[in-house]
Design a protein around this ligand. Structure first.
Ligand code: PHE
Ligand code: NA
Length: 512
């Protein structure tokens, strides 16, 4: 089975690729508004707790699970979980459990990326809008401008398709010549752009209110406000850890499947997690929060999803050199997005390659077509409904961008540390410079981390029930009749994708 699989060419290439996988729009676009919306300093406390007790251990476990699968010619989660599970249980259960894990992961990589690619397209489009100065005149309302942008088929479709073509070409070239090379160019670019923006952010003065200094903005994020610490901030923080480290998606395992058998795991995983946190907390936190704060105050910080596309353009047109810095900002988002999205693109390509013997170039072409089809509704909703509500995107994001990650995290960790037993620890430590001690494996990786994820799952479920997401017609569209079909459509597609992937994975497991 499997044939000869590719490996990463160098340690630095591997680390940069893994960092590229993790560092994405989650860091620069999602984190700042999550932190701002959930009380700033109050958010950072559960955030770091979740990082240490859930994020880091699960990340190491995912690396080990992936390298293990790669040894047997597999780059996707279904067969990995299947092989680990059957060490403990009967074949029948292992097949069901592997297929469940595989189907969850495939649903995430198909559907999460279907809208993520659009957001990447917007970032490229907005780099263009900024460089050409389109929204720079003072009488342009940046909110209305964004709505106009997403309702304009020409711009939306063109920049999205450019994104998909880039992903396709790079994936076709394979691991070393494609993914690794991309990381070696894009990652340094991201850090350089970010440092330039950081210096600019910290030297801003507020044109509106002299009290709004960049430092006061940072203060907002860094002073713990214990009284604002609540369940929803905690859930959001733990959810952000999942998203930002690319946990519960299967793509870490996929990248790790191209490791050599004795490659270090513990040190490398900790290194990439640190690079991700540096980009998220230090760089993104110190760029976006001060910029938004100096120009817009705490209200600006609360502008949510629109922070990058609506609030920041407002700032770019006022600040000295804004056209340059704004363009850098959107290019930074673009590079960060592409190096993450490519991991999902490669996951699907590897699935076809490893499990069905489809040649890489052909597989990548197929995946390109798949993302065109699954991305269409995301782009069409604003155009056809003349809204900018993104009900279809929101519905998908709630399930595959939030809930499924935690669910898959739980399913895979049980296979890796319980069903696989002590072999799980051997697998982590083989070739590692830092060894995980047995007590840590037993106490943290087999108990605290799974428990943490299980509790997160329970509370996320309660939260979802409360928010009305489990209703046939979820509450957030109940009073918006034109959007209901889009949400129901998202659900039907999700169900189809899940079932189809379950069957495909289940069958591929049977042949082994
Ligand atoms: N870790 C990524 C991020 O922070 C999450 C992601 C990976 C999303 C791949 C989409 C595709 O953005
Ligand atoms: Na990230």
């Amino acid at each position: 089975v499997g044939g000869k699989r590719e490996h990463w060419g160098s340690r630095i290439g591997l680390i940069l690729a893994m960092a590229g996988n993790a560092i994405g729009l989650g860091n620069f676009w999602r984190f700042p508004y999550q932190a701002a919306k959930n009380g700033g300093g109050a958010f950072m406390i559960p955030y770091f707790v979740a990082f240490l007790f859930m994020g880091i251990p699960l990340l190491i476990i995912e690396w080990a699970q992936g390298r293990y699968g790669g040894r047997y010619g597999h780059g996707t989660i279904g067969p990995m979980v299947y092989l680990q599970t059957k060490e403990k249980t009967g074949i029948k259960f292992a097949r069901f459990y592997g297929a469940l894990a595989g189907a969850l992961a495939l649903s995430v990589v198909v559907l999460l990326n279907s809208y993520y690619n659009h957001v990447i397209g917007w970032t490229l489009g907005y780099a263009w809008e900024t460089v050409t100065g389109n929204y720079m005149p003072k009488d342009v309302d940046t909110g209305a401008y964004f709505v106009g942008y997403v309702q304009d088929p020409a711009r939306v479709m063109v920049f999205w398709l450019i994104t998909l073509v880039i992903l396709w070409i790079i994936t076709s070239r394979g691991i070393q010549k494609g993914l690794e090379r991309l990381a070696k160019v894009a990652m340094p670019a991201i850090y350089v752009f970010a440092l330039v923006l950081l210096v600019r952010a910290l030297t801003l003065g507020s044109p509106v209110n002299p009290e709004w200094t960049p430092i006061k903005g940072l203060d907002y994020m860094w002073s713990p406000r214990w009284n604002e610490l609540n369940w929803s901030a905690t859930l959001a923080a733990a959810g952000q850890i999942f998203f930002t480290l690319s946990l519960g998606m299967g793509i870490i395992q996929n990248y790790a499947s191209y490791l050599r058998d004795k490659d270090d795991i513990v040190t490398s995983a900790v290194a990439t997690a640190s690079l991700n946190e540096f980009a998220e907390v230090i760089l993104a936190g110190t760029i976006v929060i001060p910029i938004a704060f100096t120009f817009l105050g705490t209200e600006g910080l609360k502008s949510g999803v629109g922070l990058s596309f609506i609030a920041l353009p407002n700032v770019f047109r006022e600040m000295v050199g804004g056209r340059l810095f704004g363009t850098l900002w959107f290019l930074l988002l673009f590079f960060a997005g592409i190096t993450s999205s490519i991991a999902m693109f490669n996951y699907l390509t590897a699935f076809l390659e490893d499990e069905f013997g489809v040649e890489r170039k052909k597989g990548a072409r197929f995946v390109f077509g798949l993302y065109v089809i699954t991305g269409l509704p995301v782009g069409l909703e604003p155009i056809l409904t003349k809204t900018a509500e993104f009900a279809y995107l929101t519905e998908l994001d709630n399930w595959v961008g939030t809930y499924f990650l935690v669910l898959l995290g739980l399913v895979e960790i049980i296979a890796a540390v319980w069903f696989f037993g002590d072999k799980g620890l051997e697998e982590i430590n083989r070739g590692s410079y830092w060894k995980i001690p047995r007590w840590f494996y037993n106490l943290v990786m087999r108990a605290i981390t799974p428990l943490f994820i299980a509790i997160l799952l329970v509370f996320s479920t309660l939260d979802f029930v409360k928010a009305g997401y489990f209703k046939l017609i979820p509450s957030f569209v109940a009073d918006k009749p034109t959007l209901i079909p889009w949400v129901l459509g998202a659900r039907i597609i999700l169900a189809l994708v899940f079932v189809l992937n379950y069957v495909l994975t289940y069958r591929s497991l049977g042949e082994k």
